[in-house]
Design a protein around this ligand. Structure first.
Ligand SMILES: *Cc1c(COP(=O)(O)O)cnc(C)c1O
Length: 586
């Protein structure tokens, strides 16, 4: 098929211009030593590119450099989070390109340069990523700061960053003479200003000052939008005054088919209006988005599909499982669907691989605390961004209940990790609440909150625990991906039915669901207690006794998590769906 390259991407030997997609994302996790991401969105972007490179899909990616890496977290004795920037060596990972681009911000010319990082696929294909950088002598100090920090600064700063990403990104691609692009993929709305540049480009090429409806039709055929946020507050919006000051133009808001929404520029609607294909990141999230994304005072419903997220298997398999797959499922890196064969792997080997991963995690934990974790104890993992809707405190909300479960069935250990956004005070209070629960739970239940949750730590935790817990308040989890990483390592999920788990849960076979799926009203104040009770019931009646008394049955569940979920919830399957549903159809 056309999207698979047979030649390196710079080859110009063919007469028909080969289609190529440009993937725009505010954050991308490219390498554990490059702190250019904050969490799920960036990890997904990185896993997408790693899978695309495995399959030699002709893509190029654009993001910002983020010189001061996304934060390093420490937690003090009171359980309070402190954050510091992370230094990293850009030249060690990226090479500077000689081409430059310029954008206008508040009437100033801002010079943009790009650094290139290559994502290398399992068969050697190199997929280029451009990291944009405005830290140049010729720029004013405020502009030099635009590519310093991910999600820092006020809305003026944010909008200016989005000018660099969206408009600067398209211009850099043009300065590199990458003109064969037929699809521009916006991973979340941050890059939506790229549509403005495409509209201007087209109008200018046809000798017009201002774009018109015909340009809109044409640009729409080139754009794809993936939305990730099931809450209205999660979408970037900027007041018209600010937009006028930053972009230096007021002609934009007359075209309602492009810039809808009274008094503000909403990046999500801009992307929706200019994309021929839009998707949510799980089946349920597609539905939620179709209902939620209706512009005020209109009855306009968008056609929103879904492509369920995945993870890059070779990135998230622990060393012991990689080695096991090498022995029993040759070719699994090239074709992640090979994980179906996990059902035929000897259960004892699966157990040994899990034990090795668990020992690695426990060594890491025991190096930092006195209350030693035990490899034979049932271990629950919970690590994700510390923010209210994820409800990290659900599991520890009733210590008495936990004590009773331990008395009846055996000991429990809990591993927590996760950063709060520096401005998310509620998230910081959640971390504190968990750290403080430690003494209350001791000694029946051991608890640790590991600092500085990032790619490396995620890899240790998702593979090293016995069960992966997920407790979001429905319907706020768009997809979630950490449970998919756990599944690859034979770790079953115990989760509320939300996001991907609605598709991934086969009760008692790939893991377990808890809570009342029908009660989706987030305003329901009783919901917390209801869900906590349901979680304790499931642990007490099913999971902890199963772990301690039925090892054969437990191992069958581990193998099914790999075979059913690892083989499907991966980014190779996901990228194939993007190619067929979004990129190919123009
Ligand atoms: C996978 C990952 C996430 C996203 O996990 P969710 O389950 O979607 O919350 C966040 N941070 C890191 C470091 C990750 O590896």
């Amino acid at each position: 098929m056309q999207w698979r390259a047979t030649k390196p991407m710079t080859s110009n030997e063919t007469n028909t211009p080969l289609p190529t997609a440009a993937y725009f994302s505010m954050e991308i996790a490219l390498d554990p030593a490059m702190p250019t991401y904050s969490g799920g969105l960036g990890v997904l972007a990185g896993d997408t590119l790693r899978a695309a490179a495995d399959m030699s899909v002709r893509m190029i990616a654009v993001t910002l450099l983020h010189r001061q890496g996304y934060l390093s977290q420490t937690i003090d004795a009171e359980g309070w989070q402190h954050e510091q920037p992370v230094d990293w060596n850009i030249e060690e990972h990226c090479r500077e390109l000689p081409q430059r681009a310029e954008v206008e911000i508040e009437g100033r010319t801002v010079h943009v340069r790009a650094w290139q990082y290559d994502v290398v696929g399992c068969e050697g294909y190199r997929l280029p990523v451009l990291l944009l950088d405005t830290d140049l002598d010729e720029n004013a100090d405020t502009d030099r700061a635009l590519t310093q920090q991910l999600y820092g600064g006020d809305s003026r700063h944010r909008l200016s960053q989005e000018v660099v990403l969206g408009i600067g990104g398209v211009r850099i691609l043009r300065s590199l003479r990458i003109d064969s692009l037929v699809q521009f993929h916006m991973n979340e709305g941050h890059a939506a200003l790229l549509v403005l540049e495409l509209l201007d480009e087209r109008a200018k090429s046809l000798g017009r000052e201002m774009f018109n409806s015909e340009d809109v039709q044409a640009v729409r055929k080139q754009c794809v939008f993936t939305t990730h946020t099931p809450v209205p507050a999660g979408h970037d919006r900027f007041g018209f005054d600010l937009v006028e000051q930053v972009l230096g133009r007021s002609d934009l808001f007359d075209m309602h088919e492009v810039f809808c929404c009274a008094g503000e520029l909403n990046m999500t609607y801009l992307a929706l209006n200019l994309s021929h294909y839009v998707n949510g990141v799980a089946k349920k999230h597609g539905e939620v988005s179709r209902h939620m994304l209706v512009p005020k005072d209109t009855n306009h419903h968008y056609a929103i599909d879904h492509i369920t997220n995945g993870v890059h298997v070779a990135t998230w398999a622990s060393p012991s499982f990689s080695e096991l797959f090498d022995r029993f499922l040759p070719g699994w890196r090239e074709d992640n669907a090979s994980l179906r064969g996990a059902l035929a792997m000897p259960p004892n080997e699966v157990w040994q691989a899990h034990r090795a991963a668990k020992l690695r995690l426990i060594d890491e934990i025991n190096a930092t605390q006195d209350d030693l974790f035990d490899p034979l104890t049932f271990t629950i993992g919970f690590a994700r961004r510390a923010t209210a809707y994820k409800r990290a405190n659900l599991l520890i909300s009733d210590p008495e209940r936990l004590h009773r479960i331990v008395e009846k069935h055996g000991p429990i250990q809990i591993v927590f990790a996760g950063k709060a956004h520096p401005h998310d005070v509620e998230g910081k209070h959640l971390i504190q609440q968990i750290v403080r629960a430690k003494n209350q739970l001791h000694p029946a239940v051991k608890l640790v909150y590991l600092e500085n949750y990032d790619w490396e730590l995620a890899r240790l935790i998702v593979s090293g625990v016995d069960v992966w817990l997920n407790t979001p308040q429905p319907p706020l989890e768009a997809s979630g991906t950490s449970g998919m990483k756990a599944a690859i390592n034979g770790v079953p999920s115990l989760s509320i039915l939300d996001g991907w788990w609605i598709e991934g849960c086969v009760e008692g076979t790939t893991g377990w669901a808890f809570g009342n799926a029908a009660s989706t009203n987030p305003a329901n104040v009783d919901r917390f207690k209801e869900d906590a009770d349901a979680l304790y019931d499931k642990l007490e009646q099913v999971i902890v006794p199963l772990y301690y008394t039925k090892p054969d049955q437990w191992l069958r569940i581990m193998s099914h998590a790999i075979a059913l979920n690892g083989s499907y919830f991966n980014t190779q399957r996901m990228v194939q769906q993007y190619v067929v549903k979004a990129y190919y159809e123009t």
